[in-house]
Design a protein around this ligand. Structure first.
Ligand code: UDX
Length: 473
């Protein structure tokens, strides 16, 4: 185990969920806190550790963190399943295990860590964790709830009672089905824009249980930190601030903080730079559906044919497990031959490097929150194909509030390949494209300002550090 270097520093434990969209901002948070004088113990599950070491040439992560020169130690714990268990294929069973088995493994390591000097005084757990609050209270730790999605989505989850009362969640009363216009800080939205877990089509009992427990606990958190920006979501953030101590400290991604980059990719990255270097400016569509959501064979086929028909160049990330069969089997016959050098299909890539390449002019995305923030940062407009959870609500902000993207399909159901091709062309050139690029530049400036010296996210992060230190002293 890593030796604690300075016994006077406050010691904080960070345990991210095992999904890329949560691991990435958690690493940045770790580096930022360590840069501010915290000792951080960063804990992955054995399974995440197995995947990231396999994908990253068997890197030793304790060495990587030690190499940062910061006081960070790296530990791993079981999630209760053997390494051979396919967590993506058996998601429901995995979620049940995360609720009923995983907390015991968390407790085991926290029990061990609280015997160390300096004793940890603070636990950072994802807002969706159902164990963070209980473990923190049991071991006398300050509980920091870490929210890695938009503040709008957090506000909605924290007002489940109002949604229920108005017949928009878990209710037989369908009296007010048209508009949701009664949540403080939230401009009206349609029920179809709610996170999928709150819609009637979602029947996962375990997700409903998780949501209820996690957001009841979030209300009791000592602090909530959010990977978002005040100027991006002023309405929801001002309301959240009235409810409890909350700090918008985003966007949390590597290139914008001075600390060294640490990467934990769950899949090996294909290098796309040589292919990209040969394409004209703004001509390439980048397509990726993130690390968590599933799609189906029919939609993947429709999109593949749409890409072909569009005549445009593209990089398409089809990660293993996106559909419940081998991805090569879901591409239409002869797809790769027909596409030739015009398209590149890869299992995973360095998304930030691809997005920031000048030849990339559009992003066909599942609307994961990190992907949206990363795309805004480099001014690349979005073509939205939300699949699950917050992605449904995130789409609404991108298309209707900020006007920096368009829908791939209007009613949530993919149309024909021809329609897909039309939308791709709309995104990549012409009047719509021009408008989107103009709008995204305005939004991009908000992110840039937030991260500048006296910007809101920097100030909020400094305040959070001061407040946490005051609480644990
Ligand atoms: C999950 C949920 O799906 C999402 O709804 C929520 O908002 C955050 O957590 P995920 O599916 O992983 O996220 O999507 P996203 O939030 O976009 O995060 C994906 C991360 O993986 C990004 O940081 C992206 O840069 C990275 N990535 C993605 C790669 O590095 N390479 C790739 O090929 C694809």
């Amino acid at each position: 185990m890593e030796k604690i270097q300075n016994p006077k520093k406050p010691h904080i434990i960070i345990i991210p969920p095992p999904f890329q969209g949560h691991i990435n901002p958690s690493i940045q948070l770790t580096l930022n806190l360590a840069s501010k004088g915290f000792i951080v113990t960063f804990i992955n599950t054995h399974s995440t550790h197995h995947h990231i070491t396999k994908a990253n040439n068997y890197k030793q992560y304790d060495d990587v963190f030690a190499g940062s020169g910061l006081d960070i130690s790296y530990r791993t714990i079981s999630d209760g399943f053997p390494l051979s268990f396919d967590r993506s294929l058996h998601r429901e069973q995995f979620m049940v295990g995360r609720v009923h088995v995983f907390p015991a493994h968390v407790e085991e390591i926290v029990r061990e860590l609280v015997d160390l000097e300096p004793r940890p005084t603070c636990l950072v757990a994802d807002t969706f964790s159902t164990w963070g609050y209980d473990v923190a209270r049991k071991y006398g730790l300050v509980f920091v709830s870490f929210w890695t999605q938009p503040a709008l989505v957090l506000t909605l989850y924290l007002h489940l009672d109002l949604l229920k009362k108005n017949g928009h969640y878990d209710s037989k009363d369908n009296s007010n089905k048209d508009t949701i216009d009664y949540i403080p800080g939230v401009t009206s939205l349609k029920p179809r824009d709610l996170m999928s877990f709150l819609q009637e089509t979602d029947t996962s009992k375990i997700m409903h249980w998780i949501i209820h427990k996690a957001f009841t606990d979030a209300k009791k958190a000592d602090f909530i930190i959010c990977n978002t920006v005040e100027e991006l979501e002023p309405g929801p953030i001002s309301v959240l601030k009235e409810m409890q101590p909350i700090y918008a400290i985003g966007p949390l991604f590597p290139s914008h903080f001075t600390n060294p980059a640490v990467e934990m990719n769950l899949w090996s990255e294909s290098d796309c730079s040589r292919w990209l270097n040969n394409k004209p400016q703004g001509s390439v569509l980048y397509a990726s559906f993130g690390s968590y959501a599933h799609s189906n064979k029919q939609d993947i086929e429709t999109i593949a044919n749409g890409l072909l028909l569009s005549g445009l160049s593209f990089i398409w990330v089809l990660r293993p497990g996106i559909v419940n069969s081998d991805v090569t089997e879901v591409l239409p016959n002869g797809f790769r031959e027909n596409v030739g050098n015009r398209g590149l299909v890869v299992p995973w890539c360095k998304q930030n490097a691809v997005l920031s390449h000048s030849v990339v002019g559009g992003f066909l995305t599942h609307c994961g929150w990190n992907s949206i923030l990363e795309s805004i940062w480099v001014g690349v407009p979005l073509l939205c194909f939300p699949l699950v959870g917050d992605q449904i609500t995130n789409r609404k902000m991108v298309v209707e509030d900020w006007k920096i993207g368009i829908n791939l399909c209007d009613d949530g159901k993919l149309g024909s390949s021809n329609e897909v091709a039309q939308r791709i062309k709309l995104l990549m050139s012409g009047k719509t494209c021009y408008e989107l690029r103009k709008n995204i530049e305005q939004v991009r400036k908000k992110l840039e300002n937030a991260l500048s010296g006296n910007g809101s996210s920097q100030m909020n992060f400094d305040k959070f550090v001061t407040d946490v230190k005051a609480k644990i002293d």
